[in-house]
Ligand binder design. Sequence first.
Ligand code: FES
Ligand code: FES
Length: 169
Amino acid sequence: MAGESASAAPARSEGLVTVRASINGRTQQLEVDPRATLLDTLREELDLTGTKKGCDRGQCGACTVHVDGRRVVSCLTLTATLDGKKVTTIEGLASDGELHPMQKAFVAHDGFQCGFCTPGQIMSAVACVEEGHADSDDDIREHMSGNICRCSAYPGIRAAITDARKEMR
Ligand code: FES
Ligand code: FES
């Protein structure tokens, strides 16, 4: 059976593309299938499982990360398009062992229940403030509307964003 398993091994170099990208501040060279999504590369190749897979079709926001400082849904982003780009995931948000103000605010305001949507909510929330789209409750509601929370932790999320906005400015 040894011969069988050797012949079944996938030919990993065939058809792969090379991508050099900064992932959470570390430049990495990746050999990826041109069809691979950033979400699958993060979770399955780089073991960065903080980014969650919800719908896998761009509808829930659970997989939100930043590319060059802008939020993207990583389930609809091809890794092959990221050569030379800077990717930040929830694992890269804290610095020097200190949680990001948005992470602290989510804890302080009970902005999560099951926690599954939380990494995507936090990444969107940080971008929302940085884009200047967090000046009122309505503003926050509108610009966080792509992130679904099935537990309805929305009041805590909104309070956390309002609070963290003051720290981030
Ligand atoms: S998993 Fe990407 S938007 Fe739902
Ligand atoms: S905290 Fe559970 S889905 Fe949002």
